[in-house]
Structure formats: C-alpha cells, structure tokens
Design a protein. Sequence first.
Length: 473
Amino acid sequence: MQGYFESKEFKQLLQSYEEAEQRGEHIFLDSEQLTDIAEYYHWMGDSDKAVEVADYALSIYEGAAGPLVLKARIALLKDNSPEEARQLAEQIDDKLDLDYFYINAEILIAVNRPEEADDYLEECEEQVSDADYPDYLLDVATLFVDYELPALARKWLEKSEEETFADYRETLGRICYFEKDYTQCEQIFERLIDDSPYNAYYWEMLACCQLAMWHLDDAITSSEYATAINPYSESALLYKGQALMRLKSYEPALECFEQYSKIRPCNVDGYLNAGLCFLAQERSAEGLAQLRKAEVKALRHCKERLWEIYQEEAFAYSQVADVDRALRYLNQMDHLSDNDANETMVVRGHVYLENGAQAKAHECFRAAIENSGFSPSIMMRVAVSLYDNDHIQAAYNLLSALRPEDFETMPQTHAYLAICAHDLDKPDEYLCHLKAATEQVPSVARMVLGPLFPEGMEPSEFYDYALKNQEQP
C-alpha cells in the first residue's frame, strides 16, 4: 500500500478529505476510497483516526467489508482482542467477499492456530469464483508470509500457475527470506529490479535480504536506491541505519533513524534503533531517553512491541548497574499478555549475572530451563548470556548438552560452540563447528566469529583461513 499512499492520485484524495473535514463538511466518497484513507492513517500509526474514518464509512455503507476488516485488524493487532475482531467480521454483509475469508483466517493465525486457518481457507477455496481464484491463491500465500509462516505460504503459492507474474515472484522472494534462503531471495529481487528498476519496494526487500546476510555495503547501496526513488521510504532508512550501526558508523545511522521517526512518528522502530545506537556508544542517558519514547509510542499504538522494548530497557539499566530499575521493567514484562515467562526469566538471570549476583542468576537460569521442559531455545539463550558475561566454560557445557537434532533446528548453535571452543583452546571442536556455522548460517557466523578474522573477510573463507593458520608451526 505504501506505493499507492505516495501516489499523486491518493494524495489528492487525502487532501480533499482533510480539507472538507477542516471545513466541517463531508465530500462524497465510495467505501473503497474511505477505506484507503483509513488504511493510510493506520499505516501512519494513528489507529484512533483510522477507526474514526472507518466508522464514518460504515455510517454510510453499513456492512461494507473494507472498513469492518480494518477495524477488526486493529482490534486484533493493537487491542489484542480476537473476540471483538470476530464480532466485527460477522457484521460484513457479503459473506462471500474474499476479505471476509481473509480476516477470519487472520484471526485464527493471530491466536496461534495457523493450521486451522489453512483448513478454513481450503474450505473457502470452493466458494471462490474462477475470476477471483488466481488472486485468492496469491492473497492467501501473502497472508501466511506476512505472519512469517513460509511453509504454509509456499503450499498456497505452489497452487498458482502465475509463476511469471511479478506478484508471484515477489511473494516467492519473501518466502525465501523467511526460510533463510537469502541467496535465492536476493536473486529473485535482483531479477524483479531488472524488470522494474524504479520499484522502491523491490530495492527495500533487496536491502533487507542483504542486511540479513551482513552484506552491509550492498544493503546501504540498495537502501539509497530506494530512497532516491521514494524519499519517504521508511523501510530503506531503517535498513540503511541498521547497516551503518553494524559498521559502527553511529552518527550517520542516527540520522537515518531520526528521519525515519519524522516520517513515522507513531512507530517505535526509529526510537528503538536510535536508543540501541546510543547505547552501543555507551551514551546511556540518550539511549534510555529514546527507549522511553519507543515505550510511550508502543503503549498507545502497538502494545505487542512492549515486551521487546521493556527487554532493551532492562538490558540498558543493567549495563549501568541500576539493577532495581532493570528488574522493574522485567516485572512489567511478567504482566504482559504475550509474555513468555521462561524468556523473561533468562533476561532476569542475565541482569543478575552482569551485576555480580551469580547465585541469583544461576537460580533464574535453572528455573527457565526446567520450567520450559529443557527447551533447546531457552538453553541456547542461557548459554549466550553466560558467554557474554565471560562464563565460557559454563556456556560450552550447556551447548554441548544439546542433542544432535537441536543443531538441525538451531544451526546457529554451531557458531556459539565454535567461539566457546576457540576460547577454551579446543582446536578440533572449533574447526568442526566453525565449518558447520559458515556453511549453514553464514550471517550468524559473521556476527559471532567475525572478530576472529581479518576485517572484510567473507564467512566462506573463515574455515580455510583458520585451518591454514592452525597448521602453521
């Protein structure tokens, strides 16, 4: 939708609506036009204004799908109220409208029932007209990929026979991204750009993919192409800022995040990333000020981001040895509806460990591991915390206790075992896990193991370099 919102057509529509509103008048617009305006306000982060426009649309077009779907999505995602979303969906007059199918499926996905959503959409498939069927397949695939469910998205995309269409290839590229097949994702968006070089979204996705691969200079270049096409491309600004931050170019990164927040003042990402950027420079007061701005925005506009923000605030206060405030944020995390008690317990343990309370830290780590049923992902998080706090032997022992199948589902474990083995002078294990990490998760290998190698060296070169240097007398 962003491209449409930047179009001359939409800007004229929005201007006409806002000017009439300022005069206390109403202009005649159809349901779709009013829904587009409501969607724009929602995209800008102003959910209250979006609902106001949707309600106005419904006062004229009672039972219209567009405004009711928008209100249902806001109830679902902002207010965490699936029941209200269901009630709004049932007010749609046309129960054969594709949007009615999509919102019912989205409600199921949002409450962690994606398989039921898949079954429901298969039942609805029989009611879709031949004319709408190609769009239906792509829309359903897009819905699943929007929720980062690439296996279900691929299942629906493979039903489509529109492989040559740009929408198909774009969706396939996004599926590859969430499958962590970044090479294929990059190739798909490069081909799309060859066909449509002035499509800012394609450049944004290419930058996103390159950022995931830690091809930071390429990500910056792609982001700059996107902003050259669309100066208001907030995603490109975000990706460029994140790439610059990883390169330790903090001031240019902060400029990107500041520009982002000017474009999307209600969105938390600009403030959150700016906070992390300040904290990376040990500018704690400025970093915490930005994180508090993110918290305020999240409380009003996107409560589903609060856990992430509270976690970063807890880490920040922990780093400046203000344990009481760090624990206060952890207590707030405990009361969030989407809180994972074991994940929060790991963060609590990290705070204690970073501030010298080893007994309390180990108690928290033990509780998180046992209460999670010895979850491999929780064990991994504990091991990373132990390593970050120089408890290398303990991190190594915990990672070594994982089962072979855990390494298959969490290949990033190889990178952390490699760094532990390196620091503990276990050369054979180091080389074994280094090789696996660089082959299976090169972006993680670069992040975790990159400091051991010459600057600019690609992960694909790490193993040969390490082997050669180890063999030297």
